[in-house]
Design a protein around this ligand. Sequence first.
Ligand code: MEV
Length: 326
Amino acid sequence: MVTASAPGKLYLFGEHAVVYGEPAVACAIDRRATVTVEARDDDHLRVHAEDLTLDGFAVEYGRDPGDADVDVPEGLVEAATGYVDAAVEQAREAADAPDAGFEVTIESDIPLGAGLSSSASVTVASIFAATRELGTELTPAEVAERAFQVEYDVQDGNASRTDTFCSATGGAVRVEGEDRRSLDAPSLPFVVGFDGGAGDTGALVEQVRDLGNEYGFAADTVEVIGDLARRGEDILLDGDVAELGRLMNFNHGLLSALGVSSRSLDAMAWAARDAGAHGAKLTGAGGGGCIVALDPGEETRTALQYSPDCEEAFRAELDTEGVRVE
Ligand code: MEV
């Protein structure tokens, strides 16, 4: 039996634009998905998910998740099993054990589909744990690449390498196409607001792609987000929190123009700014989920806690540790 964990992450700059080759800057945070994997003596997969805002359920099936016999909506089964299923397939391939079966238990304090890379963290931790359970040790970079293949397949090609690389390596990262690097970034005063909702990453990426194909100025907006991310990277390395905040506000506005914000994400961003945050923006695919604000004091978290659009507000720290054995 092997237990591994991997951190969630938030985007400082560049989500969506990174899918089209622009740079993105993201930071791993101290919220983790923990996955325990135990080999079975048949080729079945049993997934037990806890705390994934799914209220917890267990599902067991053969090679086809369609065989699953559970008393929960199909969408939830897909959410819990889709990434794990593909991750297990990657582990079988990496360990040259095509018939390996597993008991998989997932515990996570990363809200599902809310812009903090829950799926990437589960995928990274699953591949890491399952390969070790089969006696094969992959490096974080190898895990990241296999996890990217999982996201790419599950999200119908609508994925960049950012989420999986950041979750595998930890710390702050910059991703531009296939170029992935760690950044020596200072710790930042992150405050996260979560509206209790989720977005469909694949559908939202598709929506931005369609917009860019239809309107030149939407495609230009994507390029401007790339310019912002380049500038943001320099400012991050300088540690100028006030200027970072201003650029984050700008990035949120551009994402909003691309149609991926929502009433609650906008309301939380404004609640944070009104409370004196240096800046605030949505993180991840959008549509619902989380915003990230910068505030060293308590005002932003308090304001978010009292905002009717916010279900949970919490501080987050940069987590410099990527995937690891627990
Ligand atoms: C999703 O967390 C971030 C997106 O940029 C998609 C991706 O980069 O894979 C929307």
